[in-house]
Write a protein that binds this ligand. Structure first.
Ligand code: GDP
Ligand code: MG
Length: 523
């Protein structure tokens, strides 16, 4: 089990009583842990070495700020150095060139080039209102061109008609001509890969580059590329010349060390992250978030942003209004559970919180997993709309049918109904125009999703949503900034109010208050 770097460093450095400047000896002890953390995150060895050397130089002699422990000071220095190495600011795809702007994707076979091409095309079309043409230059693999055409239809982006037998360079030229003629803003060139780097691949890429003069050449690479990352990035950069990097499969457990390796050896920015197979699973890259991830400090900002994107403000406002009036039927409960699922399930939510790595195993053993959420929703969806609105009409025979439909026991159905009734009663009790916020907090606890849920008014929700809507706005609580202390900072769990039912400090979702929709006993 990972112990987060910040905890380890505190362990080492907090034994030191000496205050003032960090001594070389202290720093060396700390840097051994930094080194281990980076290697655990799969950063390439040579990159680890040079990084640690630089961080060491910065740390030795650095004054320890009074209110901060030496361990925290080192973590901050390391974190800041990581952010700096990763490029500081996030960088978007650059379209600042005469149309049609060519973007060429290169990389090994299976890295995710074709998928990423479609994702980028979708984003440029839907979000940036560009007219995009995609062309597959992959004539090696049978059906590769057809794969891109299928994805194009799926995301509503045009693809260059396939001409059997045409060579990659000729296809690139045809794509450019077609784009010019038909007024496309962007041409995305999806190239062929190999299972490993070889000379013919590099030669082909260089040839395509010379024929199409791409404004962006993006290396698409699997985030789980370990020690090979350096080699891969260096080769492509030396031979083809990169303008940026896209890392795919970033949704996994890997800690993203490849990003640091590739950025260090090429000096080229990571521009985008692939976080799943779906066409909208594409995210901007934020150096400071990845630094947090590498150091094992959780990703609060990411969680908050995801929550903001996923939760529909109007929906939340409607829900708040219902609660205020004291009507909360099983449809509403199901919607709340669906929201948890949209956020990546309990696992997804927990994984992004700092300090949670530690208790992940505990959570697993409490089997607080997504099965419970799914099961609860399955029960509700086995009911008729009428029953969902008014569960009191359910007779024993219907409950049996519902249980069978959801693949659970009748006890579970009864438990769900009882829990819902308690909630509804509680809400009725609190209903009326002047329901106090404190009372609403209790409601949050009853929902078993952590205490202290402040129930915002529709206006407040709207205001918040606006506030969060701005791209790249600093959304996290102040504690999400560099220099995060060893323990989850107070307020770390204080998500914004429109994150229904997940507010409130250290109680974990599903482990708070009396009502527990997951049917798990409190520890
Ligand atoms: N989980 C996950 N899978 C991805 C991601 N990007 C691509 N894939 C999958 O990786 C496989 C290979 O992708 P493809 O685009 O065909 O790779 P290419 O050979 O480089 O064109 C496909 O099954 C994709 O769905 C990602 O970000 N996350
Ligand atoms: Mg492909």
């Amino acid at each position: 089990m990972f112990e987060s770097l910040s905890e380890k460093l505190s362990g080492i450095l907090d034994k030191l009583t000496g205050r003032g400047a960090l001594s070389e000896e202290d720093v060396n002890a700390a840097m051994r842990e930094v080194r281990r953390a980076l290697l655990e995150a799969d950063v390439a060895l040579e990159v680890v070495r040079s990084f640690v050397d630089r961080a060491r130089t910065k740390a030795v002699g650095a004054a320890v700020i009074k209110s901060v422990r030496p361990g925290q000071m080192v973590v901050k220095i390391v974190h800041d150095s990581l952010v700096e190495t990763l490029g500081g600011e996030s960088q978007a795809i650059d379209l600042n060139a005469p149309a049609p702007v060519a973007i060429m994707l290169v990389g090994l076979q299976g890295a995710g080039k074709t998928t990423t091409a479609a994702k980028i095309a979708k984003r440029l079309t839907d979000r940036d209102r560009r007219k995009v043409l995609m062309a597959s230059l992959d004539v090696k693999r049978p059906a590769a061109q057809e794969q891109l055409a299928v994805l194009g239809r799926q995301v509503g982006v045009d693809t260059l008609p396939i001409v059997p037998g045409q060579e990659p360079v000729a296809i690139a030229r045809r794509a450019e001509a077609a784009a010019r003629l038909q007024g496309y803003d962007v041409v995305l060139l999806d190239t062929a890969g190999r299972t490993h780097i070889d000379e013919p691949l590099m030669a082909e890429m260089a040839e395509i580059r010379d024929a199409s003069h791409p404004h962006e050449i993006l290396l698409v690479a699997d985030a789980l590329t370990g020690q090979d990352a350096v080699n891969l990035a260096k080769n492509f950069n030396d031979r083809v010349g990169l303008t940026g990097i896209v890392l795919t499969r970033m949704e996994g457990d890997g800690r993203g060390g490849a990003a640091l390796s590739m950025r260090s050896v090429t000096g080229k920015p990571i521009k985008l992250l692939g976080v799943g197979e779906k066409m909208d699973a594409l995210e901007d890259f934020h150096p400071s978030r990845l630094a947090d991830r590498i150091l094992g400090m959780g990703d609060i900002v990411g969680l908050v942003e995801k929550a903001a994107q996923t939760i529909d403000a109007a929906q939340a406002a409607k829900m708040a209004e219902k609660m205020r009036k004291g009507v909360f039927d099983l449809n509403d409960l199901s919607e709340q559970l669906a929201q948890i699922e949209r956020l990546g399930g309990m696992g997804g939510i927990m994984g992004m919180l700092p300090g949670v790595a530690k208790i992940k195993d505990q959570l697993a053993s409490a089997s607080l997993d997504d099965k419970f959420v799914k099961r609860q929703r399955a029960i509700i969806s086995s009911m008729t709309p009428k029953e969902r609105r008014n569960p009191d009409i359910l007779k024993a025979s219907r409950k049996k049918r519902i249980a069978a439909g959801a693949g659970v026991t009748v006890e579970l159905v009864n438990r769900l109904l009882k829990q819902h009734r308690q909630m509804a009663d509680m809400m009725k009790m609190m209903g009326g125009a002047n329901a106090k916020r404190g009372m609403m907090g209790k409601l949050g606890q009853m929902m078993g999703m952590g205490g202290g849920m402040p129930m915002p008014s529709p206006d407040e929700i709207e205001a918040l949503q606006k506030q969060m809507g701005g791209a790249g706005a600093p959304l996290g609580p102040p504690t999400a900034s560099p220099g995060i202390p060893a323990a989850p900072p107070p307020g770390a769990f204080n998500l914004p109010p429109q994150f229904p039912g997940l507010g409130g400090p250290p109680k974990l979702p599903g482990l708070g208050g009396g009502f527990n929709p997951f049917g798990v006993k409190k520890k």
